[in-house]
Design a protein around this ligand. Structure first.
Ligand code: DPZ
Ligand code: ZN
Length: 373
């Protein structure tokens, strides 16, 4: 019988830790490294599932905390699960809810059993621990689930991080035991440990002992300087068994995608492409274009001359700028479509470069244009 997740490394880069692989869930098989569009409320904002398929999205991320609060995981379960509810036949990864719950600040209280918090929607009181997080994700029916964890803040003391990651390890074990669907839903452990190398080692070793089907690297991209993120990434990736997929949470700028792939990361997610789109900024081969600027008022060229997406083949910067200035929904929609296509296409080119063993050269060529150096 097929496992809920099968992963194969097909080609290792000779000049970095990058690898080209394939990951198979019960819904589809896709190549890695891969970028996962974020679909917080069971929708990648403003994109229909047909458009997601058009841009070749293979797996999307949805947020457990948000779906638990609204419409509730029980309603999604009654609909037949998240795939059915949102009519998405490809893979879905759900986060654990921990990240959102912890970001509620004073609205939450952390205890050994879990986190007591107030809903950001109506202030109602709730509790989420590892068992509740996994039960919600079981109800959602995602292909890949995350263990309930604390994404510790940055900066944080050694003592705080030590207590925090140890609790995250205990929560990971409890979540593993609580998983009602181990044959159909894969569960990842999330490595924490802040910016402390020995704590990262301890966190990783404790989770590797528990033999998860994949591992996320959490607690990064939380405001730390980029060089520090890359340094922690460098040694943390080495702690994860090579045959398991590695997921770097919350990362998705072109720079970070390249740096993450080069350090051996297989999966990425980030709200950046969709968030900046709503503010009128497009990612292009020649860097970011803030299309709302007056510069583009009579610019009848596409967002990106080198992009073959539907938006770049049919609409001009001037038209999209007009939509954004007029606060027309289509403006954000068009830039979102293009930005997601841009990152998904970038990952396709990165995979090709790994297969042809020319990733570092590709990175140099990409940024020579992106930053005009
Ligand atoms: N940058 C990050 C983004 C994220 N969505 C998460 C997360 O969901 N869990 N745990 C994490 O540490 C984390 C870090
Ligand atoms: Zn485009």
């Amino acid at each position: 019988m097929q496992k809920p997740l099968e992963f194969e490394v097909i080609k290792n880069c000779t000049h970095s830790k990058a690898r080209y692989g394939k990951l198979k869930t019960l819904h589809n098989e896709f190549e890695t490294p891969i970028f996962m569009p974020v679909g917080t409320n069971a929708t990648v904002k403003s994109m229909s599932v047909d458009e997601l398929k058009e841009i070749n999205a293979q797996i999307i991320l949805s947020n457990t905390y948000h779906l638990y609060l609204r419409p509730s995981d029980l309603i999604v379960k009654k609909a037949g699960g998240l795939h059915k509810f949102m009519n998405w036949g490809r893979s879905i990864l759900t986060d654990s809810g921990g990240f959102q719950v912890f970001s509620l600040g004073d609205l939450r209280k952390i205890k050994e059993e879990g986190v007591y918090f107030r809903s950001h929607l109506d202030g109602s009181k709730h509790f989420m621990g590892p068992e509740e997080s996994i039960a919600i994700q079981n109800n959602l029916g995602s292909d890949i689930m995350m263990s309930f964890d604390e994404c510790a803040p940055y900066p944080a003391s050694y003592e705080y991080i030590k207590d925090s990651y140890k609790r995250t390890s205990r929560w990971a074990k409890r979540g593993q035991i609580a998983n009602k669907n181990p044959e159909t839903q894969a569960l990842f452990g999330i490595i924490q440990g802040g910016m402390y190398q020995d704590l990262r080692y301890e966190s990783a070793n404790e989770l590797v002992e528990m033999d998860f089907l994949g591992y996320s690297i959490g607690g990064l991209s939380v405001g730390e300087p980029k060089p520090l993120m890359y340094e922690v990434l460098d040694y943390t990736v080495d702690l994860i068994p090579k045959e398991k997929p590695r997921y770097l949470m919350g990362v998705g700028s072109p720079d970070d995608l390249f740096e993450g792939v080069i350090r051996g990361i297989d999966m990425f997610d980030c709200v950046l492409p969709t968030r900046i789109a709503r503010n009128g900024t497009a990612m292009t081969s020649n860097g970011k274009v803030v299309v709302r600027n007056a510069t583009y008022q009579e610019d009848f060229t596409p967002l990106d001359e080198e992009c073959d997406c539907h938006v770049c083949r049919n609409y001009s910067r001037a038209y999209i700028r007009h939509l954004i200035k007029a606060n027309e929904i289509l403006g954000a929609r068009l830039i979102t479509y293009h930005n997601l296509y841009f990152l998904i296409n970038l990952m396709k080119n990165i995979r090709t470069a790994i297969k042809e063993d020319r990733l570092l050269q590709y990175k140099k060529d990409f940024f020579a244009k992106y930053y005009k150096i």
